[in-house]
Design a protein around this ligand. Structure first.
Ligand code: PLP
Length: 395
């Protein structure tokens, strides 16, 4: 590839100028539409990962694109010293989808949505003079900032960055006794995923999340659910916790809310949110109109299309087809967040081979591949993706 004006080679330069936090990219994408992507050589791919469960309405969704373009021409940013129109509208819609009775803080990412939740829990619990600790689960993922990393239950990821902020502890997922034992008088909140996405698409047991709700009520601690990956219809309900018949005190979300526009949100029951007063928490960009106008369009399309029902139906078709493949030993997940367990222990290698064959998925564990296509994926696209996957498994 050459620079359009200087005709100098540019392919090497951009990669070399980036910090080495990510592995080298196998493919450079230049264009997307719905479930399709095209690379810089013009090759077409089916995107069954959606930017890690972000582009839930597919790439370049016309209504979201129009909303962003229109807002960019109208008003990008004025700071949180002033009001803007779309933010409160999105907050009201989210509150309705969550069952009502809460308030929203806007951030710019999933990690930041969790950070706001941790600060809220500390303020609510009285901080160092009261309750401040957060209990989360092993194998969880909550982000890469220092506090969200501390909450992430993956000790190997902690090691290079010690000392991490105090007040975070971990227990075995789906083990209610372990959680009960971990909650002492310093604990302000329990922070869990209903489905551990990065941890391998591991579902919370029905009894577990219900038991967590009861335990939190008994002990007077907040139940906080990280819906950054699972939220906004991905699992077949607006939020994954809604499969469990419980209502958390705090819900964190991001990813699909902007369909690619960076945005995060922390919802809390109004009586919990009341712990925050002006000046307690803030972010320059959080809630700014460009991101919230994208989110407003995303929610409007999702509601009109009944995205949860689409995810349920398409998820059933995809799961069934995957399970029928030789080379797949089991399939787990909810809606369109699915992991296919392989008979050969080669998740990452299989995902790499899929990319070569024109299908974007990822190796979520050494033995499993994750599928998270757009919620509006068509039956024909599911069939095409499964055919590619089948060929990769049995060439
Ligand atoms: N929480 C969960 C459950 C996630 O899956 C992720 C990202 O994968 C995060 C938090 C972090 O979100 P972000 O990368 O937007 O900070």
């Amino acid at each position: 590839m050459t620079d359009e004006t200087t005709n100098a080679p540019v392919a090497e330069a951009p990669a070399a100028s980036l910090m080495p936090t990510y592995g080298s990219a196998a493919v450079t994408f230049v264009k997307g539409a719905g479930t399709e992507l095209w690379d810089d050589a013009g090759r077409r791919y089916l995107d069954f990962l959606s930017g890690l469960a972000v582009t839930s309405l597919g790439h370049a969704h016309p209504e979201v694109a129009d909303a962003i373009a229109e807002q960019a021409r109208t008003l990008l940013h004025v700071s949180n010293l002033f009001g803007t129109i779309p933010g409160p509208q999105v907050a009201a819609t989210l509150d309705r989808l969550l069952g009502g009775g809460g308030q929203v803080f806007f951030a710019n990412s999933g990690a930041e949505a969790n950070e706001a939740a941790f600060k809220l829990a500390r303020k609510w619990g009285g901080g160092a003079h009261g309750r401040y600790a957060v209990v989360s689960a092993y194998n969880s993922f909550h982000g890469r900032t220092l506090a969200s990393l501390a909450a992430t239950g993956q000790p190997a990821k902690h090691e290079p960055f010690q000392p991490l902020p105090e007040g975070f502890r971990h227990v075995e997922f789906n083990n209610l006794d372990a959680l009960a034992n971990a909650i002492d008088s310093t604990v302000a909140a329990v922070h869990l995923e209903a489905v551990q996405g990065e941890g391998g698409v591991n579902l919370a047991d029905q009894d577990y999340l219900r038991g967590v709700r009861e335990l939190c009520d008994e002990r007077g601690v907040l139940m906080m659910i990280d819906e950054v990956q699972t939220g906004l219809a991905r699992t077949g309900r607006w939020f994954a916790f809604q499969h469990y018949g419980i209502v958390p005190d705090v819900v964190c979300m991001a990813k699909a809310l902007g369909n690619g526009m960076p945005i995060g949100a922390t919802w809390a029951k109004t009586e919990v949110a009341a712990a925050f007063v002006a000046g307690d928490h803030a972010t320059t960009y959080g809630g700014q109109p460009l991101a919230t106008s994208a989110a407003r369009a995303v929610l409007a399309v999702m509601e009109r299309e009944d995205a949860p029902a689409r995810a349920t139906r398409a998820g059933a078709r995809l799961s069934e087809a995957l399970l029928a493949l030789p080379g797949v030993s089991s399939v787990r997940g909810l809606g369109l967040l699915i992991a296919a367990e392989l008979t050969e222990a080669n998740g990452p290698e299989t995902a790499a081979a899929c990319l070569q064959a024109g299908l974007v998925v990822n190796g979520i564990t050494p033995t499993a591949v994750r599928f998270a296509p757009p919620l509006l994926v068509s039956d024909a696209e599911i069939d095409e993706a499964v055919a590619i996957f089948a060929k990769v498994l049995a060439p």
